[in-house]
Write a new protein. Structure first.
Length: 329
């Protein structure tokens, strides 16, 4: 199903797929015979989370304007998994330095192709029951970033339905009294709150942080330059040599010296002028633990398929711990 879209000719997608995924390693080992990062594992059907992410992205953004960042270790596997989506650009990073450099690297590739691009950043290991609802929210986020967001960068927040202590939360500010805004100002972030704080956040209609970000590529780069100056300056050098013979060696040299950084903690939580767009009824889950994966798939054929593949037919699929799935979180 295609969404009704317009004016997206210069919109690009960045798919973050370079994480190591150690929390789900035992589960992916049981399914695939090796401890794959969960984005490259088929946990919710026959296609991997990585492939499903690209499928969703293609609803509004074509493969030729999609850049996926992966680790060098899993570059070959990633290329195999995009074989049916020709045009997707795979960019491998020499080593994992966290989501800060992990976003800057593909963002440099986008800016090298189109300095006036708009971008949407997608994690590659999440699950959505209703992808069209997700993409409708993405379109609203792009509109908000272009029209009325001071920083030019907008987050997607999932409408919360429980007081989760395991997720990050976005606290929206007051709505503009004049109305007409596409997004709400971001008043703050709360990461993995205690139970009392989580209940307060739920009651105040705070949103779960999906880590999906939309906006101008230049605005996002400037945000990174302000809060991660050393990493952004270093990768600016690579940006100017991406299509040259020496580009690969320059990237290796940069990653040898560059410090790790976290996009959420080191950039978003320190930034000013961000906005958030609520995402309603998309059925989002980060599937960050076996328990959350099971909860996300409950009531769908994918859960039965997963249990059957693990040889657990007949067991209770909703454990307090991961023991029934025979995995460790």
């Amino acid at each position: 199903m295609k969404l009704e879209i317009s004016n997206l000719e210069r919109t690009w997608a960045i798919v973050l797929a370079a994480g190591d995924g150690t929390r789900m390693a035992s589960l992916t080992q049981a399914l695939h015979g090796q401890p794959l990062p969960k984005q490259f594992a088929a946990l919710a059907g026959t296609r991997t989370f990585f492939q499903q992410t690209l499928d969703r992205v293609s609803l509004i953004i074509p493969p030729e304007r999609t850049v996926a960042v992966v680790s060098q270790r899993h570059e070959g596997l990633a290329r195999q998994q995009v074989a049916d989506l020709p045009g997707v650009q795979i960019v491998s990073q020499p080593r994992n330095l966290g989501t800060g450099p992990g976003l800057l690297l593909p963002l440099a590739h986008v800016l090298a192709r189109d300095p006036q691009a708009r971008v949407v950043v997608f994690p590659s290991d999440h699950h959505f029951q209703r992808p069209v609802a997700l993409m409708a929210a993405v379109l609203r986020a792009l509109e908000a970033a272009a029209q009325d967001c001071p920083a030019g960068v907008v987050l997607l927040g999932a409408a919360a339905d429980s007081p989760s202590t395991e997720l990050g939360w976005i606290v929206p500010g007051a709505e503009d009294a004049k109305g007409g805004r596409s997004g709400l100002p971001v008043a703050g972030f709360v990461e993995k709150p205690d139970e009392e704080k989580a209940r307060q956040l739920l009651e105040s209609r705070a949103l779960w942080n999906t880590m999906i970000v939309a906006g101008s590529a230049l605005a996002l780069w400037r945000l990174m330059l302000r809060h991660l100056p050393m990493q952004a300056i270093a990768l600016s050098r690579y940006l100017n040599h991406i299509d040259t013979p020496e580009g690969g060696q320059i990237l290796q040299d940069i990653y040898r010296e560059m410090a790790a950084a976290d996009f959420s903690r080191d950039v978003l939580e320190r930034a000013r002028g961000l906005a958030v767009v609520p995402m309603i009824d998309a059925g989002w889950s980060d599937c960050g633990t076996p328990e959350r994966l099971v909860a996300a798939l409950k009531g769908t054929p994918a859960l039965g398929q997963l249990i059957e593949r693990l040889g657990l037919r007949g067991h209770n699929p909703v454990p307090r711990s991961a023991s029934v799935l025979n995995v460790a979180s």
